[in-house]
Design a protein around this ligand. Structure first.
Ligand SMILES: Cc1ncc(COP(=O)(O)O)c(C=O)c1O
Length: 350
């Protein structure tokens, strides 16, 4: 088992911080008369502050994900967890982080906001992990390595043995962003948290769970890591409505599973249809709810699709993604319209 002292790894200002103590921290039980938090006493569904540690919701998530509740942090989207990891572990102007490339754009944005250098480790041509490229970027000030798996925008998962070898040798935190894991046949890294206490796993309610508008993300890690994130988060970062609506959604797990199965079937169908179009140069294998597709003339196709009222993500300027569009899997009807429009584009242009 890997050994790491996350308190030592964290920034001195965070280690020495006395966090804000909420009224709910100081008195947790249900009192009949609540005069401690300067709330409005008249009932609306939301006149009281929410549970700052989302205990009820975490119990449900713990059961679903087969982890302990003290291994879960909840954020205002996983984007909040990404930002808090920078703030907890990276000294501005001094420390650096490594991200695979191409990958999710928020790692760079969060790095920029926090004045932390982001170093890129290019993936191989087939978007598989290049261990040498990752190791080449690491130095004594590297605090975080971002590995997105399944990766956005390429859709593939990172090789398990290579990730383990990074986690084994790296003295900082390996952040494995699993926003798309529910669409994948591979297991989550959440089961490895005890073995690798320097792993943080990010997941979200925004994709398979269909709650992107609520803004609810999960970070799974050792209780030490969760304590550090809780210490620096805004006190009531998950509002009451979000906590309640997420709990309600968790009652519908079978419906979520049906939707995920349909999306995976549609992904297969869309991939086959695209491969049958001769101007489609490559459909990359995907473990996510999107396909990365190399077209000839991606920019022209992108603009044509917009004229047809269909918006996809143009990734042509990302490393290794020249002429690539990222297509989210929609409903059967939406996917049908997409294929028809792509065929129409090529008929009109030949
Ligand atoms: C890889 C990855 N991580 C995280 C996120 C953001 O998730 P959330 O909506 O929970 O902030 C996204 C959103 O597209 C993503 O692609």
């Amino acid at each position: 088992m890997k050994s790491i002292d996350l308190n030592v790894l964290s920034r001195a200002c965070v280690r020495n911080l006395t966090p804000y103590s909420t009224a709910r921290d100081e008195f947790e039980d249900e009192a009949l008369i609540k005069l401690d938090a300067n709330e409005n006493p008249y009932e609306s569904a939301y006149n009281r502050y929410p549970d700052p540690y989302q205990k009820v919701l975490k119990q449900e998530i713990a059961a679903l994900k087969n982890v302990n509740a003290d291994q879960i942090f909840l954020g205002n989207g996983s984007d909040e967890a990404i930002d808090l990891l920078f703030r907890a572990f990276c000294d501005p102007g001094k420390d650096n982080v490594v991200s695979i490339a191409p990958s999710y754009g928020m790692y760079k944005v969060s790095a920029g906001i926090n004045d932390v250098e982001l170093r890129l480790a290019a993936l191989n041509d087939d978007f598989s992990l290049n261990l040498q490229n990752v190791n080449d970027q690491i130095d004594g000030n590297t605090k975080l390595i971002f590995l997105c798996s399944p990766n956005n925008p390429s859709g593939n998962v990172m090789n398990v043995d290579l990730v383990k070898s990074i986690a084994d040798s790296f003295e900082g935190l390996v952040v494995i962003d699993e926003a798309y894991i529910d669409f994948s046949q591979f297991d989550s890294w959440t089961s490895q948290i005890d073995e690798y206490p320097n792993i943080v796993v990010l997941q979200t309610f925004s994709k398979a769970f269909g709650l992107a508008a609520l803004r609810l993300g999960m970070a799974f890690g050792t209780p030490d890591l969760i304590r550090i994130l809780n210490k620096i988060k805004p006190p009531y970062n998950i509002n009451e409505a979000t906590q309640n609506l997420a709990l309600k959604r968790l009652e519908d797990i079978s419906e979520i599973k049906v939707q995920v199965t349909e999306i995976i079937e549609e992904r297969k169908m869309l991939s086959e249809k695209l491969k049958s179009i001769k101007e489609v140069e490559k459909v990359y294998p995907s473990e996510a709810n999107f396909l990365l597709v190399k077209f000839d003339e991606a920019n022209k196709l992108f603009n044509f699709l917009i004229e047809q009222d269909i918006v996809v993500r143009n990734r042509t300027n990302q490393l290794g993604c020249e002429n690539c569009l990222r297509l989210t899997i929609g409903t059967k009807e939406e996917n049908k319209s997409l294929i028809e429009s792509i065929k129409q584009f090529y008929t009109a242009n030949t």
